[in-house]
Each structure stands twice: as C-alpha cells, then as structure tokens.
Design a protein around this ligand. Structure first.
Ligand code: 5GP
Ligand code: ZN
Length: 139
C-alpha cells in the first residue's frame, strides 16, 4: 500500500507538495519537479509498487488508458509536436525513484533536450540475433 521511505508515497499522501494535473482513486498525475520539457508529467499509482514486475496488470492497463487520455489532452493544450511515454525499471535502466511511474514527455521542435532519447546501436551478428529471438520468443 504505502512505503514509509518513498518520496512518491509522500507526494500521494499530500505530505510533500506537488503540482497535480489529475487525480482519481487509483492515480495521481503530477508535474515532474525537474522537467525534461514543458509539461513533463508523471503518472503515479496510489498504491506503492516498485516497478513493472510488481504492478498489478489490471492497474497497469488502467495506467495505459490514462496515458493515452493525457497524451491527447496535453498535446492539444500544449500544442506540442510529439510525445514520449517512458517507464524505467531498475537503476541500470535509469530508475531513480523506486515507485512505479510513467513519464509523459511532450516534445517540441527545437527544444533544448532534443537528444533526450538518442542512443547508439549495438552490433550483434545474425546468429546472435537468432539466438536472442529464440530466447525471448513468447510461446
Ligand atoms: P525515474 O528516473 O525514476 O524514471 O524518474 C523519476 C522522476 O521523478 C525524475 O524525472 C525526477 O525529476 C522526478 N522527481 C523526483 N523527486 C520528485 C519530487 O519530489 N517531486 C516531483 N514532482 N518529481 C520528482
Ligand atoms: Zn511509494
């Protein structure tokens, strides 16, 4: 339900202030305190869970629906040119707050953070790719 040491649980409880753009019984959606772009927001489930592995799948489905609704609404209001929806799991993946959250990041032509998601590609042989494909195939 709640983790006493979790900053997002404290925000959800109203113990730490935040700018809230939406709230219902399952979620609170707040502006990110260090935004990557104008309107960068976070969908927080009210019940504490650390990551994608822990979140209830029905709640995750509701979060996905909410992400779509907000992406449409925010894009209309902010007149952004594109939109990223991100979700990090684990320190190595860039997660810094270990309470599940979905980033809603409006993107704009000419914005400061234009390289936000620019990664270089890794090289794998065709054989390696075949093995990887076989290993992660969902049967
Ligand atoms: P992560 O790196 O875990 O995917 O994202 C965590 C996000 O939470 C970061 O973008 C960070 O700026 C934001 N954040 C961390 N602490 C606070 C806070 O106290 N208030 C708000 N509104 N955002 C926070
Ligand atoms: Zn929490």
């Amino acid at each position: 339900m709640r983790d006493e040491n979790c900053i997002f649980c404290k925000i959800i409880a109203g113990e730490i202030p935040s700018r809230t753009i939406f709230e219902n019984e399952d979620f609170k959606v707040i502006l990110d305190v260090n935004p990557a772009s104008k309107g960068h927001a976070l969908i927080l489930p009210k019940n504490h869970c650390a990551n994608i592995y822990e979140i209830d799948e029905d709640l995750l489905a509701k979060a996905a629906k909410l992400a779509k609704k907000l992406a449409e609404h925010m894009s209309g209001q902010l007149k952004c040119d594109g939109f990223n929806i991100l979700q990090n799991n684990g320190e190595v993946a860039g997660q810094t707050v270990f309470h599940f959250h979905i980033h809603l990041i409006p993107r704009y032509h000419g914005m400061k953070n234009k390289d936000l998601l620019n990664w270089t590609h890794e090289e794998f042989t065709a054989e390696e790719q075949d093995q990887i494909c076989e290993k992660i195939k969902l049967k």
